[in-house]
Write a protein that binds this ligand. Sequence first.
Ligand code: BDR
Ligand code: CA
Length: 327
Amino acid sequence: RKKVILDVDTGSDDAVALLLAILSGKLDILGVTVTWGNRCVEDCVANTLQVVELVDAGIPVYQGCPAAMVRELTPGRVANNPVNRISIVEDGVEYSIHPAKMPIPDAVGKPEPIHACTFLIDAVKKADSKVTLIPVGPATNIGMAFRMDPSIAENIEEVVFMGGAVNMGNATAVAEANFFHDPEAVKIVLDSGVKVRIVPLNATHSAMLTLEDADELIGLGTRAGKLAGDMVKTRAAASLRMGSTDGKAEPIHDALAVAWVLDEAVMLDARRQKCDIDISGGAADGQLIVDQRRGNDESSNTVVAYKADKDRFFAMLKEALARGPKI
Ligand code: BDR
Ligand code: CA
């Protein structure tokens, strides 16, 4: 089984990604590190613990960094872009893409007493085979770990990001939220030379789950299926309220990164291309830059996914979420 560490900011789609990783039974999850992003890091830790305990996974959870490596220190950078709203309050009701608290029992456990970055470095260096990192939030913990000890690169199989967008964006017109929130951290990883695969919005938007899909997940009769289905519906309702979609289908971004680690064939179009990220603080701040010129790809350490196989993804999700505790 592949050794992996998931880095999450749970988060509705992070919750589904975690459930898929845990219940696939195909991954050796060394631990889950938690970053800030969808909510403050403390809320993201609490949500992550709830999800892990829901399916009795017994996987250690580590709290990581509370803010980006340098973003708030750079004049002119605005993290609170109004386009990137995650919730809206109407008549006292909060419609949120990412609930502050998962609609499942409170967690009993606590995060482990060491910092996520310390765990990450130790776990990667001690592992007897190479470790795959799956960051599906702002990449602060991963960038910080690479800064603290660049030698971890030697024992990393690859880093599979959910982040970035090619000719589209959600945090800004051209930048996706995870990459926008800590572009320096992403750049450190890209420049490290380690193997990287990127699941941008292009791929996640090509495999949206519908309200009918959500009902199918709930119909599995398991705790995991119910939470995942509820999360699809929560996201759809919030997106509709915020006017960003018609409320009928939602991308479950982070689960696609896990799906790609589990099965290469889940991406129908993936290209080896040189990548960079804009950190200059202008209109393209946080934008994933993909070199589309021919002949520039052979030496690249990065592969970018453009299109996913929705049916394959959904089948994989259903198979996994049918496992674990029943309702
Ligand atoms: C990404 O941003 C977060 O809101 C989601 O959890 C996902 O990781 C999508 O842009
Ligand atoms: Ca996320």
